[in-house]
Design a protein. Structure first.
Length: 138
């Protein structure tokens, strides 16, 4: 059942997670050795951000292929959404290291990842509910 709508949401979430590796979340000046430097914050600038972003991207892809076990899909999807939200929190904690700056135009890429995952979980839940209702009729 790869052709379900939640597959689209999970592919979008995975693509956004991998895009966050290259696209800038925050840009500004940072003081390094008493010298102001202009830097951009991406998921590759911090090891924790890198690990979380790659984990969310891979988990979203793995969820697609667990279509035979919808309960497991929902569990992994909810855990992945929590990790994606934690990733956003870590992005904001990294912005505190900048002396001045602003969110970039590509910052919403990080914010839509948990939204896409939660939309996929909602679709998986609807599928599970439909299967249960059909089983009752048998």
């Amino acid at each position: 059942m790869i052709q379900r709508v939640q597959t689209i949401w999970l592919l979008l979430a995975s693509a956004c997670a991998f895009l966050s590796l290259k696209l800038s979340f925050f840009s500004g000046n940072k003081v390094v050795n008493n010298v102001k430097q202009f830097e951009s914050l991406t998921a590759q600038t911090n090891v924790l951000l890198l690990i979380l972003s790659v984990a969310v991207g891979i988990a979203a892809l793995v969820i697609i292929f667990l279509y035979k076990d919808r309960k497991m899909q929902m569990k992994i999807g909810l855990v992945t959404a929590v990790i994606a939200i934690a990733n956003i929190v870590f992005f904001f904690s990294e912005t505190n290291k900048f002396t001045e700056g602003k969110l970039d135009i590509t910052a919403p890429v990080v914010f839509v990842i948990p939204v896409f995952i939660l939309l996929a979980v909602r679709g998986i839940y609807k599928d599970e509910k439909l299967v249960k209702s059909v089983d009752r009729l048998r």
